[in-house]
Write a protein that binds this ligand. Sequence first.
Ligand code: IFM
Length: 789
Amino acid sequence: MLRSTLSTDEWLLTESGFDVAKANYFETVFTVGNGLLGTRGSLEEGHLGELSGTYLNGVFDSHDSPVIDLVNAPDWLSVAVRVDGVRLDVQSCTVVSHHRALDMRHGILWRETVFEDDEGRRTRLETLRFASMADRRLVGLRVQITPENHTSEVTVDSAIDGRRRNLERLPVYPEGTTFEPEIRWEKWARTKHLVEVGAASELDAIYLQMRTVDSGIHIGYAATTQASKTAIRQSTDRSFERISRTGTYEVGLGETLRIDKLVTVATSRDIDADSTPLRDSCFDALWARRAEGFDACREASSRVWERRWTDSDCEIIGDADATQAMRFNIYHLLIAANGDDNTVSIGAKSLSGEGYRGHVFWDTEILMMPFFTYTQPETARALLHYRHHTLDGARELSRSNGTRGARYAWESADTGREECPQWTQDGANRFWTREEELHVSADVAYAITTYVAATNDTALLLDFGAEIVFETARFWADRVEPAGERYVLKTVIGPDEFHSHVDNNAFTNRMVEWHLGQANTIWSWLKTEHPDRFAEITDAIALTPTEVSRWHDISEWIVEPVVSPEGIIEQFDGYFERDEIPIAEWDRNDMPRYPAGYNHFNCETTKLLKQPDVVMLMYLLPDEFDAEAKRSNFEYYESRTLHKSSLSPAIHAIMGIEVGDFTRALKYFTRSAFVDLHDNQGNTHEGMHAASTGGTWQTLVCGFGGFRVLNGHMSFTPWLPEQWEEIRFRLQWRGSTVRVAVRHNEIELGLDAASGTTEPIMVCGREYTLSSQRDSVIAYSRAEVGIAI
Ligand code: IFM
């Protein structure tokens, strides 16, 4: 039984019974991946209404689509089984039973389905698939077929299928039209991004090479299938954009036929296809892996998974569901990032679906990056490197808007060009984010400095970080406008995307001020500590001291937001004059509904927020606002926030805990942690809410664990819900590992570092010293030190 290879139950996410209406949801949540690729959890044989896809990180193409797409790449999974000519699938047979389990600990998806055909033949189909973490170019699928009440000829067709299309848009149908799940996606226009280059077979292995039409990326897959018994017939079948290997076997009653499929993937992005033909690269890797065998490949991947979990796991003792949800979110973060590739990041839907067409937003730097910085710093470094890889695109974007330096695109793909659509898919509403949501440039600088503070990896600044911080600072210096003695930043969108064309958005202005301050600090540090590198960088970008002193001037004089007598920071100029529209209805998840007559595109005139803006600022710059400012602003803005972005609940959970609003904080934690597990936005079929996965991790660590970096030191101000006994997590900090266990009245901290290492920390505002010699148990009381309870 393949199931016996799975981890214990608490690491499993399960499905029982096949429900076509839920199939697309499971396709997303059961995605397997390794950062190089993600493969949705579709049935190997397919079904009517499937939304299947494999996505290769960085493989984008814009042919035949209005906006560049992350390409729905050739399908490696395809296996069709016929029993005496009858295809085993949910349309051709009755599904007697169907079970699947995602083993999050080892990145394995297991399945067992019993089919019965019209002749009453019952056949058990078991599969197990993985995307190797040990060799990212490798994916594997084991298929086991067992006739339960018959002896039959079983034919297995194992294919590489290049006939893939991306979803485009649904043509206009009368409002409220619903489609049967089986035909839902057939209604959509589709985009073709791939053309065949060629196919081949070598021994019993098959090979298909496709090319993206506009971006010209070659994609090669080689596949081998090994059977547990000798076939009575075998063939290689070749059709346009598809190649398969078919074997027919005589399988007796109760006998199990096993087919192991190993597939290697290479693209011209990864290798120099002129010097090593893609085909050779795929076959060489395939023969090597095949020689090791399926089990060895799977075990090698599992070992890497174990190591990743050692650093990343979060446990909530006393709440098994919450622990499972944490692991689910972390699993999806781990399969989204490729620490071996400096040219890719993580899209808003990771590699788990086509939502947002695979584009990269500030979600990576602000919501996901803390997880990587504090648990997998080498991956965080690679993710930051993506912003250097796309710096020329950002420079071009800035130039095209008449400013110098570099401005990161609101939606970025392979080159850093702006890829954000101007219009909603139905053409009815205009998005202004591509023109106005500028804060992403400061967010990138924020992620860089946070990473450096956490890792002491100042080499990153020398390699590429300083250049990014300087070039983006330069953009701000041109984008602000002098207004008397001050500088203003007009016509922007802050994180709250309900309000466009606003002036002096508090979040953006304050982040610009902070960014320019950091740019100054890094400039001085580089000049003093690394004069040669300083000369190289400043020469290369022709940066002058006059420019740098202007940064200082702007950071001193950029307009400060209006603060009401009650201490509320005005979100942007004139926000306080907008209409006060109360939120009066909540949905079944206890999340606000739009007030009657309002939607995403007409909240402009109101004080309603889509997601945190001032509250987000207070989270990102914790040193700069006092407890009372955080409390009053949280109260004011939380009551006006509709959470129409999945980024919103996590930040409200964290800030809710900080200000002592625990009931709301818990509600927001649940909303964030389960957004995809419970599909409570109703769109999980489009892909995971990747920002929310990172936000959920931050909720546990920075919310319940109360972790912040204050004045350069680790600080913890924890709070636990009554029903939880303890939370456990680990943080990577400047080359050491800090083990954290938070209980109701004490926090236990261990420092795994070279003997004699010490680390100053704060717990609830009091100073302590951690030592690598022994773990510390520190009693804490928020009340005692006047922290909100
Ligand atoms: O980046 C987010 C944005 O903040 C809200 N709308 C969705 C985007 C992608 O997740």
